[in-house]
Design a protein around this ligand. Structure first.
Ligand code: BG6
Ligand code: MG
Length: 219
């Protein structure tokens, strides 16, 4: 296996537990339109851009909107989402994440953010993590949604590491697929049944031993 020289983190559901707030905000929107969707369907929204998410939800509800209504619904969803995350602080960083970020920094491994979210920077600021990343690539920088590997390829380029020497932490099926297509090592954080396409799967960062990472950095 290739030696790991750079690490890319997804944000929502990996660094912070914001995936549940995206779910709540989309659910509220769907309910307002007179239908619902399941947590299983929600797995398909993880890692997916705001536009693509609304398109999928409307398909599930057999509903169509005019362009103006579509834009308005996206804005309402985002306002609701932002209202859920106003109180976000460093206490909301998921367990085990800071330890791994510090370990990578000690090992001089550059880290990048590779997120579909347009709210990534404010979230990193609120949690005090903004300065820890050597590169941030988010929903404002890409034109193609995961599973397209664009976001990870740009991130790899920004930290000056070849894709095959990058490792990606992801909680979404689309993100794991994007990392795989980019030729990177994919590490799924979540359920085995959902993220089975990942090279490695852990239920949380707390499960990841330093030895596991050390091995990948020296192989
Ligand atoms: C991803 C989330 O990180 O970002 C998705 O997993 C979300 O649920 C997407 O839709 C876009 O986020 P935002 O904050 O720009 O609406
Ligand atoms: Mg995610």
């Amino acid at each position: 296996m290739n030696k790991i020289k750079g690490v890319i983190f997804d944000l929502d559901g990996v660094i912070v537990d914001t995936a549940k707030f995206h779910f709540l905000a989309w659910k509220k929107l769907a309910n307002g339109l007179g239908f619902d969707f399941t947590e299983l369907q929600n797995e398909e929204l993880k890692g997916v851009s705001r536009v693509r998410s609304l398109e999928k939800i409307l398909e599930w509800g057999n509903t169509s909107l005019s362009e103006d209504e579509f834009r308005e619904k996206m804005a309402v969803k985002n306002d609701n989402y932002l209202s859920y995350i106003t109180t976000l602080t460093s206490e909301d960083i998921l367990p085990g994440v800071s330890k791994i970020i510090d370990f990578l920094s000690e090992e001089n491994i550059p880290i990048a953010l590779g997120s579909a979210s347009k709210n990534a920077r404010p979230i990193l600021k609120k949690t005090g993590l903004l300065e820890k990343f050597q590169a941030i690539v988010d929903g404002n920088d890409v034109s193609k949604a995961k599973p397209d590997p664009e976001v990870f390829n740009i991130a790899a380029e920004k930290i000056g590491v070849a894709p095959e020497n990058c490792l990606v932490f992801e909680d979404s099926v689309a993100g794991v697929q994007a990392a795989n297509i980019a030729g990177m090592i994919s590490v799924g954080i979540g359920e085995k049944e959902v993220l089975h396409e990942a090279d490695y799967i852990f239920s949380s960062f707390e499960e990841i031993e330093e030895e596991f990472l050390k091995k990948l950095l020296t192989t």
